[in-house]
Write a protein that binds this ligand. Structure first.
Ligand SMILES: [Zn+2]
Ligand SMILES: [Zn+2]
Length: 404
C-alpha cells in the first residue's frame, strides 16, 4: 500500500500497490518481489518475451513459483481477442478431470510488456479477482499505475474500470532498448500534463471542482523532470529513461490517488483520444497513444495562447499566464525532440477539437470556448499555427516500418 496524508478535502490518499521497483537489472528481483505467490501466470507477446519475458520466466521457474506462460503473437493489441486468449489460457485443468470441479486458477497474473499487455492483464485480473503486476518493457504511457483499461471493442474504444497493479517492475536497461517510437510516446503522454493541470485549475475556479494542490504539484514536478530529461532521450541515457519511467508511474499513481484521471488528462487527451477513436471507427489500428497526446498538447497550447491574448477575464489570464513559461519550454523541447504528428489533414484536426470537447464528461478550455461561442473559430484558426510552429514531420515519414 502506498499512502500519503494530504491537506485537501480527501485528507488521505492511498493505493494498494505494494512495490514499485525502477532500477537497472530490476527484472533480476522479480522472483523475490513476487515470493508470496506460487502459481504465477506470465503473459507476454513475442517481442516482450524476447526482451524480458524469457528471463523472468526462468527466474520464476527456478524459484518454483511459475504456473505457466502465454506468449501472444506480436504486437498484441488490447482487444477482445487478446483478453479472450489470456482468459482461456489462465486456468489449468486438474490432473484428473472432474466435471464437478473448476479448473485451477493462477494466484497471480504477471504482464510482461507495456500499454497493451498491461491493460489486457489488468482486465482479466479484475474480472477473475486475481492480483496482477507488470514487468514494464517501455516507458510509453502512464498506465502502469492506472486503474482503468482503455480497450478496443469492435469499432469502439471503451475505458473500463479495473484494478491497479500490485507490483510494477521497470528494468532501466530493458526500457532503454525499447523501440524509439515507444520512448517518444511516453514523453508525448507526459508533456500533456501541464495542460491537464491548467484545465483542472480552471474548473476549480469556475465550477468549484475538487482540486488537490499536492497531487497537482507532484504531477507538475514529474512533468518538468521528464521534459528536461527528454532532451537526452535519443541517446537513451539511463537518466532520461529513469525520469520518463518515474514520471509516467507517478502520473498513474496520482490518477489512482485522485480517483479519476483529472490530474493527468485534459484538453490534450480529449483531442488526442478523439483522433485515436476516429481511427478505431474506421477499422484502423490506432496510433500510439502518447504520439496523439503529444500533438494534442501542442494544439491545446495554441488554444491557450490565443485565449490568453484575447480574453478580458483577468482570473483566467492569470491562470493561463502561470503556464506560459512551461509552454515555451515545450516549444523549445520540440525543436530537439521533433515529436512526430499523425494528423495533418485540416478537417480531421478540427474534428478532433470539436468532438474532443465531449470525449468525456470533463470541463476543459474546450467547453469554455464552446460556451463563449468561439470553439469552432479557434479550432480552425490554430491549425496553421500548430503546423507552422510545432510540426516536424509525420509519424509515417519518420517510422515507415512501424507495425502498431
Ligand atoms: Zn490531496
Ligand atoms: Zn495518456
Amino acid at each position: 500500500m502506498i499512502e500519503m496524508d494530504c491537506t485537501c478535502v480527501q485528507k488521505h490518499h492511498s493505493i494498494p500497490t505494494e512495490v514499485i521497483e525502477v532500477s537497472e537489472h530490476a527484472i533480476e528481483k522479480t522472483a523475490d518481489i513476487l515470493k508470496d505467490y506460487h502459481r504465477i501466470f506470465l503473459v507476454a507477446d513475442e517481442n516482450t518475451y524476447a526482451v524480458a519475458g524469457r528471463r523472468v520466466e526462468q527466474l520464476l521457474r527456478e524459484a518454483g513459483n511459475l504456473s505457466h506462460s502465454l506468449i501472444l503473437p506480436a504486437p498484441a493489441l488490447p482487444n477482445a481477442d487478446s483478453i479472450g486468449k489470456v482468459l482461456m489460457e489462465a486456468g489449468r485443468d486438474r490432473p484428473v478431470f472432474d466435471i464437478n470441479a473448476w479448473s485451477q486458477n493462477p494466484d497471480y497474473i504477471l504482464a510482461v510488456g507495456s500499454g497493451s499487455l498491461n491493460d489486457t492483464c489488468r482486465m482479466v485480473s479484475y474480472r477473475l479477482g486475481i492480483p496482477y503486476g507488470v514487468v514494464g518493457t517501455a516507458p510509453s504511457m502512464d498506465g502502469y499505475a492506472s486503474v482503468v483499461a482503455p480497450l478496443l471493442h469492435g469499432r469502439h474504444k471503451i475505458v473500463y474500470n479495473c484494478t491497479i497493479a500490485r507490483h510494477i517492475i521497470i528494468d532501466l536497461n530493458v526500457n532503454a532498448q525499447a523501440p524509439y517510437p515507444l520512448l517518444l510516446s511516453g514523453v508525448g503522454d507526459m508533456i500533456g500534463k501541464y495542460v491537464a493541470i491548467l484545465d483542472w485549475e480552471i474548473s476549480r475556479e469556475r465550477n468549484g471542482e475538487y482540486y488537490c494542490e499536492n497531487i497537482a504539484d507532484m504531477v507538475l514536478k514529474a512533468t518538468a523532470q521528464c521534459a528536461q530529461a527528454a532532451q537526452k532521450l535519443e541517446s537513451r541515457s539511463l537518466d532520461a529513461i529513469r525520469a520518463t519511467s518515474e514520471g509516467l508511474i507517478l502520473s498513474g499513481e496520482c490518477i489512482a490517488f485522485c480517483g479519476s484521471s483529472r490530474p493527468a488528462s485534459g484538453t490534450e487527451h480529449m483531442i488526442g483520444q478523439t483522433w485515436e477513436v476516429m481511427d478505431v471507427e474506421e477499422g484502423k489500428i490506432p496510433n500510439l497513444h502518447g504520439i496523439e497526446v503529444g500533438e494534442g498538447t501542442f494544439t491545446a497550447i495554441e488554444l491557450f495562447r490565443r485565449l490568453y491574448r484575447e480574453t478580458d477575464d483577468e482570473t483566467l489570464r492569470g491562470l493561463i499566464g502561470k503556464y506560459l513559461p512551461a509552454f515555451d519550454r515545450l516549444e523549445e523541447l520540440q525543436k530537439t525532440l521533433k515529436l512526430p504528428f499523425t494528423v495533418t489533414d485540416k478537417d480531421r484536426f478540427v474534428q478532433g477539437i470539436l468532438r474532443g470537447r465531449t470525449f468525456r464528461d470533463r470541463y476543459t478550455v474546450l467547453q469554455y470556448l464552446y460556451d463563449i461561442g468561439k470553439l469552432e473559430e479557434y479550432a480552425n484558426d490554430v491549425y496553421q499555427t500548430v503546423m507552422d510552429q510545432h510540426f516536424y514531420g509525420t509519424f509515417r515519414e519518420r517510422f515507415p516500418d512501424w507495425k502498431a
